[in-house]
Design a binder for this molecule. Structure first.
Ligand code: SF4
Length: 473
């Protein structure tokens, strides 16, 4: 029997007020249904869950988001694989993150969107169903976690479930992972869930920065940093008493805070007793636009401060055995060359056609029965260069332009294309995105032939790799 990523087998998270459940938070096919409609065993043994497990068994990670998944990013995936074996009725690991309530407003986070447009009554109705179905499954879990999508100490229902957890397995076989921003982790709040101290307890606290202004800006709050520092000292006390068994302090590495990382790590370890300092790679969860994302994502080699970032990451303190860079030292997988990436690529293709016109035209002249799809700027330049060399072109097709003529070449709106229903033509497609839609469009109008994206003509590996990636080709 093959092996699969253990998240796909053991892990289940209830992650919003609609009761949606997922088998992994870093995949595009992780959502397996809702607790409003089904029980946990029904979802855990349902078709969507089986399908994802099958994919993982085949070592197919095409739906896993590399910039989100630390195992893929660091190449550690083999170390977290497990046998499929017999799947138990209930999952061993259950993560509770359905309240989505948070006292922070972090700039890349979308968690507050989950609550938008819902009345209190709707949410309470859903929460009642979700809570009752989680209660059925909780005794069977050996490992539970909260929160990850919202703040633990503002999540009243989750706190109640945690405080009442009575696992069937003996305490020494059970473990808990708590994730929090730490701003409310004081004695009074801790007492609500101090029963968790009997299990193997991990606590992960994410602090954006120890610099007060940076902390406030990145977290969207006005709390003084002293509040976090005091709470971290309280948590350190629990760690020293052995109530907490593993203390992780994390931050999200961004352009705004990377310069202070060595000092951040030193304070976490020496002042606050962290066992593990996690440097989390930044990811845009959808709250930031393209421009903000570009200037935040310091792991993008195109970022203007990238070299300084690499120098900072080479600081000796960041080689401390307790410091863990979850990017694996890798650059961002999704790289944007500039905020307006597609415009930039269009310019580069145009420049290539003009600067290396002999080479580009030589490639084009070898193509028989040529048609161009798309009447944009690149086509204008290309057709003029072809005409100057007497390279024949049957016609130009466009989905939006009216039929007519350009530089002596017939232009057809796709609905009016004539005489091209054969397999002998070659179609150079000028669109840089939406290529699969172009293929569908051509098929719909029975325009068949060899399709050649423009980037295959201009011989630039970087552009061609990037556009293939963008088009999922
Ligand atoms: S490989 Fe990573 S993203 Fe894919 S299922 Fe496992 S943990 Fe999730």
């Amino acid at each position: 029997m093959g092996r699969l990523c253990k998240r796909g087998r053991n892990w289940l998270q209830v992650y919003n007020g609609d009761g949606d459940v997922r088998e992994c938070s870093w995949t595009s096919d992780g959502v397996i249904g809702s607790l409003i409609d089904y029980t946990i065993p029904e979802l855990y043994h349902g078709e969507a869950a089986k399908k994802m497990r099958k994919r993982l068994m085949e070592q197919d990670y095409s739906k896993c988001v590399v910039d989100g998944c630390p195992y893929l990013m660091t190449g550690e995936i083999c170390n977290i694989q497990t046998e499929l074996g017999e799947i138990p009725e209930y999952p061993e690991e259950l993560y509770l993150a359905f309240e989505n309530d948070c006292n922070y407003r972090c700039m890349s986070c979308t968690v507050h969107n989950y609550l938008e447009g819902r009345t209190k009554e709707e949410l309470e109705h859903n929460y009642d169903i979700i809570e009752s179905r989680i209660r059925q499954a909780l005794p069977y879990a050996k490992r539970i976690g909260a929160n990850g999508l919202g703040e633990l100490f503002t999540s009243k229902r989750i706190l109640r479930l945690l405080s009442e957890w009575k696992p069937l397995a003996p305490p020494e076989e059970c473990s808990v992972r708590l994730e929090t921003n730490g701003s409310l982790f004081d004695k009074k709040h801790w007492e609500q869930i101090e029963n968790l101290g009997q299990y193997n307890l991990e606590v992960a606290i994410t602090v954006m920065s120890f610099d007060e202004l940076t902390y406030q800006r990145l977290s969207g709050v006005q709390y003084p940093i002293r509040r976090i520092e005091d709470n971290l000292r309280f948590v350190k006390g629990l760690r020293e008493k052995g109530i907490i068994n593993m203390l992780e302090i994390a931050t999200v590495v961004m352009a705004d805070n990377f310069r202070t990382l060595p000092e951040f790590a030193r304070r976490c370890i020496e002042e606050f007793g962290a066992d593990y300092v996690r440097l989390r790679p930044y990811d845009n969860w959808g709250a930031q636009d393209e421009m903000e994302e570009f200037f935040t994502n310091i792991r993008n080699p195109k970022h203007p401060w990238y070299s300084e970032y690499k120098e900072t990451m080479a600081h000796p303190y960041l080689a401390h055995p307790k410091v863990h860079d979850h990017s694996g030292g890798n650059d961002a997988y999704t790289r944007k060359s500039v905020p307006f990436e597609l415009s930039d690529m269009k310019w580069r293709i145009l420049t290539k056609i003009l600067e290396e016109s002999d080479k580009v035209m030589s490639s084009i002249s070898e193509i028989n029965n040529l048609v161009i799809y798309g009447m944009g700027n690149i086509t204008h330049i290309l057709v003029k260069e072809m005409n100057a060399r007497n390279i024949p072109l049957l016609c130009i097709i466009d989905s939006y332009k009216e039929s007519g003529c350009f530089e002596g070449v017939p232009v057809y709106n796709i609905k009016e294309v004539k005489g091209l229903v054969n397999n002998e033509i070659s179609i150079i497609v000028m669109s840089l995105t939406g290529i699969s839609d172009v293929y569908k469009n051509l098929n719909e109008y029975c325009i068949q032939g060899k399709v050649i994206p423009i980037w295959d003509i201009i011989d630039d590996v970087e552009i061609s790799d990037r556009l293939k990636y963008i088009n999922r080709l």
